[in-house]
Design a protein around this ligand. Structure first.
Ligand SMILES: [Zn+2]
Length: 444
């Protein structure tokens, strides 16, 4: 144990079917998992383990698994949930972006993000890579809720709700990137929106900024046919991936969507060790297309899962993303054997951790990693019986089955109640903004 000042274990999970998502995908039946004083997993094995934890979670045979990682989302967009439906991405953006400028300030983004964190934690999502305006609000929600939220300054040509002109936005990003990072590196990101909303000069400046501060890049890429056309028109016939490669933004980047990729794009992504975040619910809803997940897999690309924003998703439900990802690929390939359950479970956990470069800390249940875990409900009819837990996770689990959630060794959801966010206050704050949100959209 690393903390000599206390040998008090924090939590003991007993009688669990532990889905570790380790290298070999091992499952430990009738297992115990002990969270030590430092919030890390001190011991994990079948049978009983000696411990001195006061908090004992008897899983009663239920699945215990790593917390889900939502690798592409726009948390504060809960404010606009359901206001951009039954239309194309391009129409959606032209409807919502001006509305966001009118409505968003720190308090509004905080309210929207807090609601999203509540929805996420209750649904088993313990970590999110967020892309939204006024990211200080998301960092504050992360601190108060204990949810892991990674975020950073967004970049579009327009001023946005901050409001900051492009050059002022750059200075702000420098301040952001120079501020001390916590141990999860959560200030070390920049988020250029896309290659269709930014010119080549802008993109090159951002690449220089990322390089100087060793910041990670989170960007939308190759989402729709419409986007491909816009990018080709704007960037001399190139694809979004080519533009990102040419402007030095592709290396180790996190690419949201990656639906419309050429073979050359896939090679570029693989060679640059970038991650593709598959967002199947958003892709289906916006009729964006079917991502080439199997080809990306064959090329060795890390593939994570995202919900996208709650106005394009529309909920923040990663269990649905797991299920849709599998079903979409099986149907497209006309082969039910492709993308088996364990692959899908990895996409929602360890692959997300890898995208965030946090796989040494989270994403699987192994000794020494921080304890980010979910305990499912042993009495759920739809999870009974569970013979192969990976299959159960990929095809049966819903958010209603999430009973307890632990982040960083701290119990944040107990018996389906969030202990770190005032549930009613979070709902009330977003409802209170409703009239203003609706007026901003209708007046466009
Ligand atoms: Zn998005």
């Amino acid at each position: 144990m690393s903390n000599n000042s206390s040998n008090q274990d924090r939590i003991a999970v007993i009688n669990a079917q532990i889905v570790t998502v380790d290298e070999s995908g091992s499952v430990i039946d009738n297992g115990s998992l002990i969270v030590g004083a430092n919030g890390a997993i001190r011991a994990i094995s079948s049978g009983e383990i000696n411990h001195n934890a006061n908090e004992i979670i008897d899983a009663r045979g239920a699945i215990v698994m790593p917390g889900l990682i939502n690798t592409h989302t726009h948390l504060g967009m809960t404010l606009f949930r359901g206001l951009g439906d039954d239309m194309s991405l391009e129409d959606f953006l032209s409807r919502l972006m001006p509305a966001e400028v009118k409505v968003l300030n720190y308090n509004a983004v905080h309210a929207g993000t807090q609601l999203a964190a509540l929805e996420s934690l209750l649904g088993g999502i313990t970590t999110a890579l967020d892309m939204y305006y006024l990211p200080d609000a998301a960092l504050d929600v992360a601190k108060s809720s204990s949810m892991r939220i990674q975020t950073g300054p967004n970049f579009l040509e327009s001023d946005g709700p901050e409001p900051l002109a492009y050059n002022d936005r750059l200075s702000w990003a420098v301040k952001w990137l120079e501020s001390p990072r916590d141990q999860t590196g959560s200030t070390g990101w920049i988020a250029p929106h896309s290659t269709y909303l930014l010119g080549e000069d802008h993109l090159r400046t951002l690449a220089a900024l990322a390089s100087k501060y060793e910041a990670r890049v989170h960007v939308h890429a190759a989402e729709t046919v419409g986007e491909m056309q816009l990018v080709a028109n704007r960037h001399g016939g190139r694809t979004p991936i080519q533009v990102l490669a040419d402007t030095n933004l592709l290396h180790r980047s996190v690419l949201a969507h990656g639906v419309h990729l050429s073979d050359a794009d896939i090679s570029l992504i693989a060679n640059n060790s970038a991650t593709v975040v598959h967002c199947p619910a958003s892709n289906f809803k916006l009729a964006s297309g079917i991502a080439r997940i199997l080809d990306l897999q064959r090329a060795g690309v890390n593939i994570a899962l995202g919900t996208d924003g709650p106005a394009s998703g529309n909920d923040i439900d990663l269990w649905i993303a797991i299920r849709l990802a599998g079903y979409m690929q099986k149907t497209a390939a006309k082969n039910p054997a492709v993308l088996p359950a364990l692959d899908l479970v990895r996409m929602a956990t360890i692959n997300g951790a890898r995208a965030l470069q946090l796989d040494h800390m989270i994403g699987s249940l192994e000794v020494g990693k921080q304890a980010d875990l979910i305990v499912l409900d042993a009495d759920s009819p739809s999870l009974t019986p569970t013979f192969d837990p990976h299959t159960t996770i990929a095809t049966c689990v819903t958010r209603a089955d999430v009973l307890h959630v632990v982040v960083d060794g701290k119990l944040v959801v107990k018996d389906r109640k969030c202990l770190t966010i005032n549930h009613q206050a979070a709902i009330t704050a977003v409802k209170a903004l409703g009239k203003q949100v609706l007026a901003s959209v209708n007046n466009n």
